[in-house]
Structures are given as structure tokens and as C-alpha cells.
Design a protein around this ligand. Sequence first.
Ligand SMILES: [Zn+2]
Length: 495
Amino acid sequence: MGREGLAHSVGLKDTINTSAIFSKYEHVFTPMNVKLLKALLNASTLESTRRKNLLLYDYLVSCHIGNQLKELSDKANNYETSATIKVGGKSVPYRQAAVLVMNQPDRKKRQQITELVKKPKATLTKLNEEALEQEYALLKQLTGKDYVGYYEFVKGMKYDRFADDLRKFLIDTQGIYTGRLNEILAEMKIPIDDARKHDLGYYNRAHKFDRYFPKNKLLLTLKKTLAGMGFNLDRQKNIHVDASERPNKVPRAFCSTLIVPQEIHLVLKPHGGQEDYQTILHEAGHSEHFANTRDDMDYEFKHMGAHSVSESYAFLFEYLLLDPNWLQTYINMPAKAEREFLQFLWTNKLFFLRRYAGKIVYEVKLHRNDLRKLDEDWKPMREKYASAADMYADIFSRAICVKCEGVDYLIDVDSGFYSADYLKAWMFEVQIRKVLKERFGPTWFTNKKAGAFLKDLWQFGSSGMTQDELAQRIGYDKVDKRYLIEELLEAFEAH
Ligand SMILES: [Zn+2]
């Protein structure tokens, strides 16, 4: 499956045929085998065996559902790649519309494209509705659990409690966020009441910093950064770097872990700009994590579960861009531009954190079909939203504080609460970075001992240790959101 997806994404294969692979192996993920594994899971006495069985159980359940929904998901994928809209008489692929909007300085034109994509989005949403209904039913049938209950079980999470924490986060950061937002909108000459999601998209694209992040220095900057920590990308034979230009290669960098730790693919299509640098560092974080996983770990621990662990290391590298010391070492920016850039990037980070906090609040309610409206403190009231789409529009408009519409109410949903994994990674990343600075100084990223420290964490792969256990390994009690909030408040005071 990984190889098929990789060939398609790097532009070596036009079509993707996962259906055939699912069919070939459907004898593996039968309901009978799911039941057998559940019995094994219940009978596991050793903690490590229990964890492995849980990972395998979740894997079989998701494959069984994936197999049942393969036609529907192929249909949605094919529709998404083939749908077009007409912009100014020209036909534009639906998938490129978001990039067009982000790069469009003219507000009216941004709004126009936003209206045009509503039609293909509605078609996609119909398919998503059907898929989600089937997924709910299949989960219930196979596991006896509803959507939220199932993911709480396999991921060891309490999503209601997590959503409560995030409601508090939204309240705690409301003041610093809207303060900055008002400044940005005033600069853009957009009345606050009229601001839209696409206005923030354009702001986040940040054209004015492009010249400091040129396309031709991207790979070199990455290699130098890694070398500083003692990783020589040219000599790491288990990381295959693919930087070739191919017309159908996906524009966004990604990491594909075909065999951990022997065969990791780091794929990029450099186009420059700060976001491209962020993304490549992020994906390099994943790549180094899996490339440095111990080979003698069990397959389940190397390959399955706990996205939040790997995302923590990916964020650690990504947010090097927020470090003035890194900027001074690797990017040559005049002091004034650096100040502006840091202010931009902190705002950008808070924007994403609030968006994802809103996502959790929304996704828990969506999957529970809990349409109760939320009051000013994000607490449920008796009154109800007219639809899930209305609920989406309200929650996201309040999280990012500009007007959002309900059209994305199923398109903008992360399967299996991946959004919570990101948030947990955002929290743990700050904790790792804090220890790195304490032990190796403010320029820790130029210290090979910092690399060795990270390798010690990376050896456990995805799931050999939980995120909380890793936090304990470096001196904390557990993953704690406190550090993230403290750092944000400090940063907004300084910038
Ligand atoms: Zn990632």
C-alpha cells in the first residue's frame, strides 16, 4: 500500500490502485480475525503484548473498513482529482483552487474563487456523508463501539476531557490572538466584521518573506541543519531523498516510511518561501525519527499507532524557523525583517493551534451528533444548531475569529481524531525543546550531543514508548499543555 501510494504521489504512476491490494489481502482482515485479535487482546497479561495486540487490532479494523469503503473512497479521490472550476474563462483543477486563493492579492477575486468551489465541495461532501455513515455502522458492527468510544479505546484518550482543556486554551489565548488579528486586518484594510477565512489564508502565505527562503537553497539549508546535529543526509543510505522534478509530483513535501528503519523516503518539490522551508524541516523530522528507530523493535512499534510521537519530532524541526538563533545561523535576514518574521510566525502558529483546538471541540460533537449550541464559555446550551454545517461555521468562526462557512463541515475533518495527535505533539514539542536548550544551550541545533539526545528518543519508533513515557524519560511527569501556553504568552509579549 505504501509503495503504491508513493509511486502515485511522486508522479511515477498516474493512477492509484489500492482497491486491488485490498482485495488481494482481504482474507487477513476478516471480521473473524478482528474477533480473534480482540480475544488475544483481552487475554494479554504482559503490557507490551497488550499494546502490540491493540495496535494490530486497530490495524485490522481500519483495513476491514477501508476494504468495505474502497469503491466509495476511489470515487471520491477520482472526483477530487478530476473536478474543475472556471476562473476568468480558464479551467482550473479543483485541487489547485486553494493555492490560487492563497496567492490572490485581490479580495474580490479570492471571494469569487471561494464561491466557485462550493459546487465541487458539495458533491464531495455527499460522498463523505455516505462514507461516514457506513464507517459508523461498520465500527459498531465490528467493535460494538461508536466512533468516539472506539478511538478513545485504541488511542487511550478521553476526548471530552481533552476538548475541555482546549476550550480553556481558546479562552486563555483569545485576547492575544484578537489583539494581533486586529492589527493584521487594519494593515490589510479589511473591516473586522467583514474578514473571511481566505483573508487569513492570504496573510499566512506571507509573500514578503519569500526572498529570504529561496528555492535553490532549501535542500542545502536542510543538509546543513541536520549536519549541525550530527546527521549526514548524504550518507544516511536508509533515507532516500527524492528532489527530482516531475509534472505530477505532489507539490507538498512528505515522508513515506516503507520499511522502518531501512527504507524511508523523503520527497520534496522545492518551490521556496517560508512555508516550504517549514514543511521540509517537518518532514525531515519524521524521516530522522524513523531512520533512527531501532531495528530490533517489534514491527507494530516501528510502524503502527501514535502519530503524536512522530509529529512531536517533526514540529521540533519545523519550529527551528521560530528560533532567532537558527535564523541567524542559516537564513540571512536583516534585524528588522527578522522581527517582523518572528511576529508573523508566532501569529501563524497561534492561528493553527486555535484552528485545531476548534477542530477537536467540533469533531467530538460531530461524531456524537451533539448539536447543542455553545455559549460564550464554549459550554453547551439547550438550544441546538440547525445542522452540523451550522455548527462547523459557528465553532470555526469563533476559533479563528473570522467568518467561516459550513461548506467544509465534512471536508475539514481529520479521520480518527488525527487533529488531537497534532495538538498533543504541539504540547510535547515545547517540552523537548525546553530540555534541549537547558542541556545544550540556545544553539542546541548545532550540537552533535543534541542529536544523540534525540536519537535516544527516536529509537523507540512510533509506539515502543508512549508520549507520556517519553516525557518521563526526559524529566517530566507527562505531556503537559502548560509549557505550550506559557511559551505563547511570553512570545506574544516579546513580539
Ligand atoms: Zn507530520
